[in-house]
Design a protein around this ligand. Structure first.
Ligand code: KMH
Ligand code: ZN
Length: 279
């Protein structure tokens, strides 16, 4: 698809569920901070926002009413594709993670298997993955398949074989690399994972922590798209904290432009990903 080859889809993951504001005061945790960040990131070249929200005390939450308000506020303030996390935190229940879809996002993340996650376990057993995927199809939410390990690619093939194509008809994956317990964030692993993806799938990649830059450069050289944001790294460079999510998007956009695949606008991304318009 020519338009995909010539442009780079940039997803921003501004908050995540693990970091605290005390670790970096630029982390957006309130709705106002999130919307401001989203506007800045759209201006810098992002087309998709991967959203985790916090409660009034900045603790991660999957409360559906709060998620619904967040979706509405992001749609009101930006053109970004709103992708809610169904991963949540490692302690969230499967029921709460399934209920995220009731907030009516454009898209959601869908992790294709269990993975060690530092000292903890991010649990995604097959029956849950299958039920979550079936629910995305029922509700018309476009999934992004999150792949933390090569075994997750095998589960993605099983999912598509058993339940068919996703809502929107297009398979888009995100390689999450460099999580302690998942696949390492380096070029050789990225190439191996990409070669195993389903025919016709598009993909982005993100490298956690110090693997951010190697993964970004490898992804661009291999024709992939990019995810960046404070969910994945709180450091812009060694010893230099991120000051705003938009600077991570700006760097990704600059590298993508150097690679002659400038950032894709949200409208183009909707076409590529099969996400309907809401505006
Ligand atoms: N917070 C991690 C345990 C996702 O958003 O779908 C899971 C995660 C993946 O961030
Ligand atoms: Zn996430």
């Amino acid at each position: 698809m020519l338009r995909v080859m010539n442009a780079t889809l940039i997803t921003v993951a501004p908050t995540g569920a693990e970091a605290a504001k005390s670790a970096n005061p630029a982390l957006p945790v309130s709705l106002d901070e999130l919307v401001t960040t989203a506007k800045e990131c759209q201006a810098a070249g992002a087309a998709v926002i991967h959203v985790h929200i916090r409660d009034a005390k900045a603790r991660p939450t999957l409360e559906v009413a709060r998620l619904t308000d967040t979706v509405a506020a992001l749609r009101e303030g930006t053109d970004l594709i709103v992708q809610l996390s169904t991963g949540g935190t490692v302690t969230d229940s499967f029921d709460d993670r399934l209920a995220v879809l009731d907030a009516g996002p454009d898209a959601c993340s869908l992790t294709c298997g269990t993975v060690n996650f530092g000292d903890e376990v991010f649990s995604n057993p097959w029956p849950f993955v299958r039920d979550l995927y079936a629910r995305t199809k029922e509700l018309g939410v476009v999934p992004e398949f999150e792949l933390f390990d090569l075994g997750h690619v095998a589960t993605l093939h099983r999912l598509l074989g058993d339940l068919g194509a996703p809502h929107g008809g297009h398979v888009h994956c995100d390689l999450v690399m460099g999580v302690p317990g998942g696949m390492p964030g380096n070029a050789a692993t990225l190439v191996q994972a990409v070669s195993a993806l389903p025919e016709g799938a598009t993909w982005s990649a993100t490298g956690i922590g110090r693997t951010t830059l190697p993964v970004m450069l490898a992804a661009l050289s291999a024709g992939g798209h990019l995810r960046v944001g404070m969910e994945d790294t709180l450091s812009f460079a060694r010893g230099r904290p991120v000051t705003r999510n938009a600077e991570l998007v700006e760097r990704a956009a600059a590298l993508a432009s150097l690679a002659q695949r400038p950032p894709m606008r949200p409208g183009q991304a909707r076409v590529v990903l099969g996400v309907g318009g809401h505006r």
